[in-house]
Write a protein that binds this ligand. Structure first.
Ligand SMILES: Nc1ncnc2c1ncn2[C@@H]1O[C@H](COP(=O)(O)OP(=O)(O)OP(=O)(O)O)[C@@H](O)[C@H]1O
Length: 262
């Protein structure tokens, strides 16, 4: 069986807003079950638009294969059973208790008792079990971001698309979120694609990194091959260094803006 039959494979994806084509003929993958991919790139590169295109939201053309099946042939509800998309901004909070909000994201077919157990389990594993009974409207921005992630996770999708899932979080919760995302990938074979701005997090957690610039996929590969001095200069316009720390991990040190020397 080839990778095309098991993983996520995007071909010829184009996405437009009105007449403006933001993504043009993008191909990505195959991404294997259990793999975590970080999608990096400057502001306005089109990262959110790519995720929305894969999820089937907005006007897009192209093909999205999962396990050999073309998801673009499915209705949006059928597609949404396989792909969970966590948007960058959260909808306005309502007065519903957290546990109810998380349970409502889970398919009704599992029954209320199972949905409640799974919702509590997911909240506990993300370190926010204590929020279960609080109204969503009384949570902080970071707490609401964690709940939105929990809602995506309890649906147990084959593909989890996360748009800047850690942008509002303190360091401890950033680690919780990324640890849990990786655990889902490894335990359940979930394919995780996360837009991240923090290159350090991407280096630490991603199996592979994709770089998007001006709507085009510039590179896709192993973190050590992708995050280089040259990439930092060309894509982000910064002068940086990549160093290996004492634990063998690689990390990035930023020196400042990149100035070309002639
Ligand atoms: N609803 C919209 N209508 C029109 N243009 C849009 C819309 N949403 C995004 N765009 C445009 O599409 C391009 C890509 O935006 P997108 O949000 O995908 O970028 P991004 O890489 O996710 O950026 P950021 O890192 O700033 O979140 C930008 O030029 C943006 O102006």
């Amino acid at each position: 069986m080839s990778m095309h039959d098991t993983g996520l494979f995007v071909t010829d994806l184009s996405v437009s807003y009105g007449r403006k084509k933001v993504i043009s003929s993008l191909s990505l993958g195959p991404i294997a079950p259990g793999e975590v991919v970080a999608l990096l790139g400057p502001n306005a590169a089109g990262k959110s638009t790519v995720l929305r295109g894969i999820a089937g939201l907005g006007r897009s053309t192209g093909r999205v294969f999962l396990g050999g099946n073309d998801l673009t042939r499915l209705s949006l509800p059928e597609r949404a059973k396989r792909i969970a998309y966590m948007p960058q901004s959260q909808p306005p909070a309502i007065g519903l208790p957290v546990i109810e909000a998380v349970m409502s994201a889970r398919s009704a077919s599992v029954g209320r008792k199972t949905a409640m157990e799974e919702a509590f389990d997911a909240l506990e594993r993300l370190g926010i079990g204590h929020l279960a009974m609080q109204p969503l409207s009384e949570l902080s921005g970071g707490q609401r971001q964690m709940i939105a992630l929990t809602q995506a996770i309890v649906r147990q999708p084959a593909v989890l698309l996360l748009d800047e899932p850690t942008s509002a979080l303190d360091l401890r919760h950033q680690i919780h979120v990324m640890d849990y995302s990786v655990a889902m990938a490894r335990e359940r074979g979930t394919i995780v694609v996360a837009v991240l701005h923090d290159i350090g997090l991407a280096l630490r957690y991603a199996d592979r990194i994709a770089i998007l610039q001006n709507g085009h996929l510039q590179a896709f590969g192993n973190p050590e091959d992708i995050v280089t001095q040259q990439m930092l200069a060309e894509v982000y316009g910064i002068a940086g260094r990549i160093e290996r720390c004492s634990q063998g991990r690689i990390q990035m040190i930023v020196d400042g803006p990149f100035h070309a020397t002639h």
